[in-house]
Design a protein around this ligand. Structure first.
Ligand code: ADP
Ligand code: GLC
Length: 497
């Protein structure tokens, strides 16, 4: 399996709060599973560290205690060791009651509100990772570098920076700048963190503790998950108050487009589908459409453009805009299949829509991997009107499943979806529909254009095939991460020499 690209294995600690299939609320879980596997295939000695949530332990078949840690004020707890399922990647789990005695969403209670002790939970996580990074966890393994992800492991990098040359260099990947892990000063004090961290070059941001800022300040490189989002976050419109800091660090900010797990998302060999298909057998996609219509209680209508929509029901995803034109959309010959959960007002709005248009709108509130695959395969088009989208995975799954996406041209959506018009049809790049601005009318316009092309089967199939021909595998992106890892190690060698 190992690829000879890395001659002496680089030891990398990959710290993350979600790893599919052990815990996932969104794309972070997918990336934290497939990127380490791609790095491992390139020869990197990568180990993932994540919290041992109750649900994670229930999903893991085997693990063993590896070492004991004692960290005030969190007390004594265990580091567990396992393998990421269906892979060779070693996994370390921080087994503390703050994680292992709670089920469900890793960040929120069942009310949808954040756990009140999240500052403590992820400070504990960062502290435990710090011990591993400093070779103080009795693992007989010290990483050459640390790769953190999002705010949940941000503090870790600030803690490591405090250790100066005894700590390995680090990089943080921002999957979503909108979530920063902001807590008050009292939380900072309660965590017994080094007092020196309370400054703008550490964790402090406008009088509060900001874990993502801590990560950016501590990291040698700041990566984000698409080139366009890397530029966008340096502007006030997308910077969520950290654009100034990111502009200061512009030479260290790098956009690397996510890949997808092309084995798990393979329309020809997807065990969750009633009928496999590929670009040469596009007609077989219709069986999936009919089966989906049946499963979701939609009318069996081959002529209607079946539009899929999957995701977290959050402000980011622009779903309120869809509800604004819900009735007007029904004037088009379309059906809608929705799967998601989150904001209660959005959930209710979508359920109401279904009640008003039985047989044409189907809404499932909840989380289902299998149904997500069947919607990607059975829909004709996929709607993603995100206000902002750091990368977005669903549009890539759609492209691979011959389901042209209708998207707002921001972030990773802009980097992966090519609008359909004469020139892009002529050069075989057209693969979907891009709304340049986002408002309710743009959504009507975007879906209307998809209907127009759907009624021209030859052109529609060309658009489908263009999307299906794209290479979304992780290798290219993993090589870009590897190049950054290498740079960090080379710089460190020079610094220590
Ligand atoms: P984000 O990370 O912002 O939520 P992405 O498009 O990057 O958006 O990734 C979302 C991931 O979560 C995809 O793998 C998607 O299929 C999955 N997902 C989101 N909501 C659901 C759901 N209700 N059921 C199944 N999968 C879901
Ligand atoms: C975030 C972003 C999404 C991205 C995912 C994985 O949750 O919202 O755009 O694809 O992380 O990087």
């Amino acid at each position: 399996m190992k690829h000879p690209i890395v001659k002496t294995p680089i030891r990398a600690l990959f710290a993350t709060s979600e790893v599919h299939p052990l815990m996932k609320t969104g794309g972070l879980g997918d990336v934290s599973s497939s990127l380490p596997q791609a790095l491992c295939a390139l020869g990197v000695d990568v180990r993932i560290v994540m919290p041992a949530y109750a649900d994670t332990l229930a999903r893991l078949q085997t693990w063993r205690p590896r070492s004991e840690l004692f960290i005030p004020p969190f007390g004594r707890f265990t580091l567990l060791e396992a393998l990421l399922p269906r892979s060779e990647v070693p996994l370390l789990l921080v087994d503390h009651p703050l994680f292992s005695e709670r089920t469900g969403n890793p960040y929120n209670a069942s009310t949808g509100h954040a756990w009140p002790d999240n500052a403590e939970r992820f400070a504990l996580f960062s502290r435990a990772c710090e011990r591993i990074a400093l070779n103080q966890a009795s693992l007989e393994w010290q990483p050459d570098l640390v790769h953190a992800n999002d705010w949940q492991s941000g503090l870790l990098l600030a803690l490591l920076k405090e250790q100066q040359s005894s700590a390995p260099p680090s990089l943080i990947t921002i999957h979503n700048l909108a979530y920063q892990g902001v807590f008050d000063h009292a939380s900072f004090t309660a965590m017994q963190l080094p007092a020196n961290l309370w400054q703008p070059h550490g964790v402090e941001h406008w009088g509060e503790m900001n874990c993502l800022k801590a990560g950016i300040n501590g990291a040698r490189f700041v990566t984000t998950v698409s080139p366009t989002y890397a530029r966008e976050i340096q502007t006030p419109a997308f910077g969520n108050g950290l654009d100034g800091l990111l502009r200061e660090r512009q030479n260290d900010v790098v956009g690397i487009l996510n890949g997808i797990d092309v084995e798990e998302w393979d329309p020809a060999h997807d065990p969750t589908l009633p009928h496999g298909f590929d670009a040469d057998h596009l007609a077989d996609k219709l069986h999936n459409k009919r089966a989906l219509q049946h499963e979701l209680g939609l009318e069996e209508d081959d002529q209607a453009l079946l539009v899929g929509l999957i995701g977290r029901m959050a402000e980011q995803k622009g779903l309120d805009m869809v509800l604004k034109v819900a009735d007007a959309l029904m004037d088009l010959p379309i059906q809608i299949a929705v799967l998601g959960s989150g904001d209660k007002a959005l959930e209710t709005g979508f359920l109401d829509w279904m009640d008003r248009y039985p047989g044409r709108v189907s809404v499932r509130i909840g989380y289902s991997e299998g149904l997500a695959h069947r919607i990607e395969a059975g829909s004709d088009a996929f709607l993603m009107p995100s206000r902002f989208e750091p990368c977005g995975l669903n549009q890539m799954y759609s492209l691979r499943y011959g389901t042209p996406p209708i998207v707002h041209g921001v972030g990773g959506l802009k980097d992966t979806v090519v609008d359909t018009y004469d020139a892009t049809l002529a050069d075989n790049s057209a693969n979907g529909f891009v709304m340049q601005h986002l408002d309710a009318h743009a959504i009507l316009w975007g879906v209307g254009r998809a209907v127009e092309y759907f009624n021209q089967p030859k052109l529609w199939q060309a658009i489908q095939r263009n999307g299906m021909a794209t290479d979304f595998s992780w290798k290219k992106s993993a090589l870009q991460y590897l190049a950054l890892y290498q740079r960090m190690l080379d710089e460190r060698k020079m610094y220590l020499a």
